[in-house]
Design a binder for this molecule. Sequence first.
Ligand SMILES: Nc1ncnc2c1ncn2[C@@H]1O[C@H](COP(=O)(O)OP(=O)(O)OP(=O)(O)O)[C@@H](O)[C@H]1O
Length: 379
Amino acid sequence: MKSLGSIRRDFAPWNDPNAKPYIQFDNVTKKFGDFTAVNNLSLTIFEREFFALLGASGCGKSTLLRMLAGFEEPTAGRILLDGQDLRGIPPYRRPVNMMFQSYALFPHMTVENNIAFGLKQDGMPKPEIASRVAEMLRLVKLEQFAKRKPHQLSGGQRQRVALARSVAKRPKVLLLDEPLGALDKKLREETQFELMDLQQNLGLTFVVVTHDQEEAMTMADRIAIIDKGEVMQVATPAEVYEAPGSRFVAGFVGNVNMFEGKIARGEAGAASIDAGNGITIRTDNAGTASAGTAVTFAIRPEKIKVSSKKPAEAVNAIEGEVYDIAYLGDMTVYHVRLDDGQVVRASTMNAARITEDPLTWNDRAWVSFRPDAGVVLTR
Ligand SMILES: Nc1ncnc2c1ncn2[C@@H]1O[C@H](COP(=O)(O)OP(=O)(O)OP(=O)(O)O)[C@@H](O)[C@H]1O
């Protein structure tokens, strides 16, 4: 597949065989009693990377972060930072810092004192503290709030204080566990961009834990999808979305339509898939799957076109009936029930204000897509 790279075009150390890993989880297992929270997991993170650990509640992502911070030790395996084994090194002696939620701010201290707290504890000289705090306030755009207490700030501002406090000590690695969890959607989106700018400007390595796939997609250079203590895939957001390696990943990130079938004919990556009930799907993305292999064909809703007439030129066109329409303003989502009963989800951007091919409930309709629009999954 072509050009599914990083959003930062010049940054892709994971593709460079000479790049030195910065953080390494090396066959790490963590057990709590009989329960295995992290299972023989290996993972590599590069310097200056914005790395996201994404997974459902309880998958073990916070445990990974806590082991990196030094609040937990692995039951087996090693964690290396810049080549150094971290085992036995207490949290305060690791070049990593954990950003906690904003409710961990000291309520009786002003914003600037909250930010200065860790620096004072480290015995930094006063003038240096003052200039560092000023720099941090500027960075998170809170200069005029320096003298306020946390309860005199909005949720988003408090979050930025928490961020400034955790960055003030200039840790090499900043660990963020659901950093924007407490913010409403709009503020969360704004803050995501601020976080990205901050990370880039300071040249830090960020490891963020989130269960919010949009957040991971927005911010991260690469995402590790975690399930039951194991890594399912590590890839850029575009790769995770456009080239998922398994049914689990395809279904976990974004919406997807899946057709179960068998490769009928295949050569050099192209194949026909017999999806049953007279449906044949032609695809360019069959990889090495050979004739007779049971596969899942996965295709994203926005890659599917819905029309009232069969498009003359379409390689793949399947007939059905409009079952549901959701108008969302920027786009419209169609649910089309195929004649075999399967419901296909298709979404169309509403680029024009008026659609040329209006479709409504119970209309006969065709769903069509190009041979390169979906992927073939064997796992
Ligand atoms: N100290 C502990 N003792 C026993 N079990 C634990 C402990 N810490 C975590 N676990 C268990 O390990 C599993 C992974 O926990 P973890 O906090 O890493 O999950 P998570 O993916 O971060 O979930 P969430 O998004 O809900 O925080 C969970 O099933 C949890 O109950």
